[in-house]
Design a protein around this ligand. Structure first.
Ligand code: BDR
Ligand code: CA
Length: 325
C-alpha cells in the first residue's frame, strides 16, 4: 500500500523537484501540500506549489496555505539564492487551480486526526512553522504521526545561512525545537548529506534530455539554482537538498546515517538555529532523530531522472492548458 504523505514546503527550485518526484511515484499517496513561508513569502510559495502541481498534471491536488510568519521573530527569505519568484530559471503560467480554504495548520491537524494512527508521514522541505504550530495547538497528533522526514540542519558541514545554522532551521528555531521534541520518529536530511548530491552538468543534461516539458523546466530551475552554490563552493553543480526527503521514502537503501540526539539552539546570537547533533553519543541525551550523512548520489539522480520521465509523457493530450511562457 502506498505511504500517505503530507508535503510542507516553500518552493524553491529544489522543493519543486521534490514535489515532482513525489507526484511521479506510485509508492506515495500525497494527501495534500501545505505552503510554508521561507525561501520567499507565503503568497509566492502557495502560488508556486500550484504551478508545480499543474506542471505535473495534478490540478486536483489539495494545496493549503499555512503560516506567513515564523513562530517568533521576523521572516528571513532567500531570494538571493532562488530569485525573486522563488523559482527563477523557468517561467510557468499563473496557476488556475484553487488554494483550499482550510489553513495548512488545520489541514495537518485534521488529516492526522482522521487517518488511522501511524499511517501519515510528514515531509517538511522548509521552515517548520506549520508543523510547530500544529503540535502546539494539538499536541496529541505527535503520537499519530508515522514519521517526520525533514530537510534541515547540519553538523560536520556547518551552516549555510550562518556559519552554524542551516536555512530551514534558522528561520524558525522555535518550531524546530517543538518538532525535534515531539516524540515522533524523525529522519533528518542535513547539509552533511545534501552537499554530496550535486547537480553536475552531466546530471542536468540527462534531465533536459528527457525532452519533455517537465525535463525542460526542471533543467532550467536547476541551472539557475546551482549558480549561487557553485560560486560559493567552487563545485561542478550545487547541492540539491529537498528531493532527498522524498527519495529516502522511495529508496532508503541509498542513504546511511545513525540515530542520535539533536537539539536546537534558539537563544545565542552566534549559533541561533544550529542543530546540535550528538553524533558521538557523548551527552547521554535520548536519541530523537536518524541523522543521515551518506548517500549514493548516482543512485539518487537515476531515481530522480527516471521518475521525472514518467511525468507529462502525453503533454499535449493531458495538459492542454499548460503552455511554457
Ligand atoms: C534549504 O533551504 C532552502 O533554500 C532550500 O529549499 C532547502 O530547503 C537548504 O538549506
Ligand atoms: Ca525548501
Amino acid at each position: 500500500m502506498a505511504e500517505k504523505i503530507i508535503i510542507d514546503t516553500d518552493p524553491g527550485q529544489d522543493d519543486a523537484l521534490a514535489i515532482l518526484l513525489a507526484l511521479a511515484s506510485p509508492e506515495l499517496e500525497v494527501l495534500g501540500i501545505t505552503a510554508a513561508a521561507g525561501n520567499v513569502p507565503l503568497a509566492l510559495t502557495s502560488k508556486n506549489i500550484r504551478k508545480i502541481c499543474e506542471l505535473a498534471g495534478r490540478p486536483d491536488m489539495a494545496v493549503h496555505a499555512g503560516c506567513s510568519q515564523p513562530m517568533s521573530g521576523a521572516l528571513v527569505t532567500a531570494e538571493y539564492v532562488h530569485g525573486e519568484t522563488g523559482m527563477d530559471g523557468a517561467e510557468l503560467p499563473e496557476p488556475t487551480m484553487p488554494l483550499q480554504a482550510l489553513h495548512g495548520v488545520d489541514f495537518i491537524i485534521e488529516t492526522l486526526r482522521r487517518e488511522p494512527a501511524g499511517t501519515v508521514t510528514l515531509c517538511t522541505l522548509g521552515p517548520l512553522t506549520n508543523l510547530g504550530k500544529a503540535l502546539t495547538r494539538a499536541p496529541e497528533i505527535a503520537g499519530r504521526i508515522r514519521r517526520i522526514v525533514l530537510m534541515g540542519g547540519g553538523l560536520f558541514e556547518g551552516g549555510n545561512i550562518t556559519p552554524a545554522a542551516e536555512f530551514n532551521i534558522y528561520v524558525d528555531p522555535q518550531a524546530a525545537t517543538l518538532v525535534f521534541g515531539c516524540g515522533a520518529p524523525i529522519v533528518m536530511m542535513p547539509l552533511d548529506v545534501t552537499h554530496k548530491v550535486l547537480t553536475t552538468r552531466a546530471r542536468i543534461a540527462a534531465i533536459r534530455a528527457l525532452g519533455s516539458q517537465v525535463g525542460h523546466v526542471a533543467a532550467g530551475w536547476l541551472e539557475y539554482f546551482e549558480r549561487f552554490d557553485e560560486a560559493k563552493y567552487g563545485t561542478d553543480g550545487g547541492p540539491l537538498h529537498d528531493p532527498n526527503v522524498i527519495a529516502y521514502l522511495l529508496k532508503p537503501e541509498l542513504y546511511g546515517g545513525r540515530h542520535c540526539n539533536v537539539e536546537i539552539e534558539t537563544e545565542s546570537e552566534l549559533t541561533k538555529g544550529m542543530t546540535v547533533a550528538d553524533w558521538w553519543g557523548v551527552s547521554g541525551r535520548p536519541k530523537n532523530a536518524f541523522f543521515v550523512r551518506d548517500v549514493d548520489a548516482d543512485g539518487f539522480f537515476s531515481l530522480l531522472t527516471e521518475r521525472l520521465s514518467r511525468l507529462g509523457r502525453n503533454d499535449a493530450a493531458e495538459q492542454p492548458k499548460l503552455r511554457l511562457v
